[in-house]
Design a protein around this ligand. Structure first.
Ligand code: ADP
Length: 577
């Protein structure tokens, strides 16, 4: 039954009972009133008339006044005949009174009248008793009925009082608790209201909603799980190591390759702080290390390779750290949520690179001897022991000499480069005089400077401290600067050499008045084999790269300042001895 119907029924029955109670009470009260009124109206008045007639009868000999009173009361009694037999008694009184009036001295008549009056009183007294009994009956049944109806009313009211608050309140409380459970994502929560009332309907609607939410949640969860598995499988099947970190550098995932190279068990890796792992594991330290310029997000990053010994072999990897950011739902700002460390296996390229370096080293080394013997033969030819040479032969010889010098320079550079690449630079660092280095370099470039009629302006401060340097290699760098300056300078221009003391040591600077270098290429010219597009193709693109390696290997720094059309200034700085 519906709550509404229940309430209506309960309160309706209560209302009807109260109505019935009132009607019954009113009915009985009315009947009682009627009964007492009847006694008063019908019998009390007759008794009063009888008493007055008694008194008047006693005084009938004292004057006509008593007779009038008797008659008056008799008249009233005549009009108040209510009980059975009362009429005859009244008529008898009237008959006997008439007889008395005719003969006042008749002693029998007053006696008869008194008897009649007594009879009249008796009839009325009996009527009063009967009516009183009836009234008592009425009171009795009124009591029973009112008590009965009152009890029913009380019971109904009590039932409503006991049941109604619980009937309405309990389901609402249960509903509130279930809604709270649903809000806390406990979608398995159900309402169990039996019955077909409004709460039953509410429970079934609520349960349908919870079921759908559960289904939605499960379907979403299973879908997410499937997607998660798919992504895990994808990452695991990648041949390159991948490690995912959260924003606090905790390891979120690591594919099989990553586990293999780190040599740490998956259980010891996942969920652990990479920073803590790095304390014991050098490789993890190298992996999470973010050096300036090495980050994947910075352009032109020169990525150094990582040499990792795993799986019984040496492998080379290039590391890339990718920052992961998301824009959370409902927000606008990007939020950093972690990083992915990607390792690119470059072992095959490295092996090829080694093969190339070895090949270059071998070839350039093998070429050096025949070139040296060519140079030697040229010197013998020049020394006229082998006879005089005509002008044409001399010119041919000078061009052979030039070419063999270039060849020697190229093979020298290639050899140096292969040494740099294999990490075999042999440095002989000594306390060296900057002036000696300067002189050595200037002497070496004398001929080309003279050929181009270039004025060499040397500004070397006095009493410069000695520097920690490999004399030969530092001079080589300065020669390379000067050779480039000559190559990119116009004829009859100037080349400045400055030697200045710095905080750490001495700065060597070569400034030319040539075409300058575009800012786009300023950092790239120190890369191996790089040549500014459109520049002379006679070089190898190795000179500055070797210079950089040589200077940095000696703990110094190298750089360039240049403006297109304004010349270039190449410099390096070495620490004092
Ligand atoms: P190369 O043997 O080709 O000269 P380098 O490494 O010495 O190789 O130089 C790299 C590039 O830098 C050159 O190709 C050239 O374009 C540029 N470069 C070097 N020095 C100068 C300079 N003084 N003026 C202008 N460009 C220069």
């Amino acid at each position: 039954m519906k709550i509404k119907t229940k309430l209506r029924l309960g309160l309706g029955v209560l209302f009807l009972m109260i109505l019935a109670l009132s009607v019954i009470a009113a009915g009985y009260i009315y009947t009682l009133k009627e009964d007492t009124e009847n006694i008063l109206q019908d019998n009390y008045k007759t008794l009063d008339y009888s008493r007055s007639m008694f008194l008047a009868l006693d005084q009938i000999h004292q004057g006509p006044e008593a007779g009038a009173r008797f008659e008056q009361n008799l008249k009233e009694q005549r009009s108040n005949v209510t009980e059975p037999g009362e009429g005859e008694v009244t008529n008898k009184i009237a008959g006997h009174y008439d007889s008395l009036k005719k003969d006042l001295n008749n002693p029998q008549m007053p006696v008869l009248i008194r008897n009649d009056l007594a009879e009249l009183t008796r009839v009325n007294m009996e009527a009063i008793r009967a009516k009183s009994d009836k009234a008592l009956d009425t009171v009795h049944s009124a009591f029973i009925w009112i008590a009965l109806t009152g009890t029913v009313c009380f019971l109904i009211a009590l039932t409503l009082l006991v049941n109604l608050p619980g009937n309405v309140g309990n389901p609402i409380r249960e509903l509130t608790e279930s809604i709270r459970a649903i809000a806390a994502k406990n979608y398995a929560e159900r309402l169990h209201f039996s019955g077909k009332d409004e709460f039953g309907e509410l429970a079934s609607s609520f349960n349908t909603m919870a079921e759908k939410l559960e289904e939605y949640d499960n379907s979403n969860l299973s879908q997410i799980l499937v997607e998660k598995k798919r992504i895990e499988a994808l990452i695991n099947n990648m041949h390159e190591p991948v490690i995912g970190l959260d924003e606090n550098k905790k390891v979120l995932f690591a594919n099989e390759e990553a586990v293999k190279i780190t040599g740490i068990a998956v259980s010891d890796l996942l969920g652990k702080s990479a920073i803590e792992l790095a304390e014991q594991n050098d490789l993890i330290r190298a992996l999470i290390e973010e050096k300036e310029g090495l980050h994947a997000n910075s352009a032109n990053a020169a990525v150094p390779s990582l040499k990792i010994y795993a799986d019984n072999k040496e492998s080379y990897f290039e590391k890339e750290i990718v920052d992961i950011t998301i824009v959370p739902t409902g927000e606008r700002l990007k939020k950093f949520i972690g990083q992915v460390i990607l390792l690119k296996n470059i072992t095959p390229f490295k092996e090829l690179d080694f093969a190339k370096t070895n090949f270059i080293a071998t070839v350039s080394h093998e070429l050096k001897t025949p070139i040296a013997s060519i140079k030697m033969s040229l010197q013998l030819l020049e020394s006229q022991h082998t006879g005089d040479l005509n002008e044409e032969q001399k010119q041919l010889m000078s061009s052979i000499k030039e070419d063999s010098d270039r060849l020697l320079k190229i093979t020298g550079e290639l050899l140096n480069m292969s040494q740099v690449e294999t990490g075999n630079i042999q440095l002989n660092i000594q306390s060296s005089s900057p002036y000696a280095i300067l002189k050595y370099a200037v002497d070496a470039v004398k001929t080309p400077i003279e050929q181009k009629r270039i004025e060499l302006v040397v500004q070397a401060e006095h009493q410069l401290a000695d520097v920690k340097a490999d004399m030969e290699k530092t001079a080589w760098v300065l020669i390379n600067f000067l050779t480039n300056a000559v190559r990119y300078s116009q004829e009859d221009s100037k080349i400045h050499i400055q030697l200045t003391p710095t905080q750490q040591g001495v700065k060597f600077l070569v400034r030319d008045e040539g075409k300058g270098i575009d800012s786009r290429y300023r950092t790239k010219i120190f890369d191996r084999y790089f040549q500014v597009p459109g520049s002379s193709k006679t070089g190898t693109g190795l000179g500055l790269a070797i210079s950089k390696e040589f200077i940095e290997a000696q703990g110094g720094s190298i750089g360039v300042t240049s403006e297109i059309g304004m010349g270039s200034s190449f410099y390096f700085e070495l620490a004092s001895a």
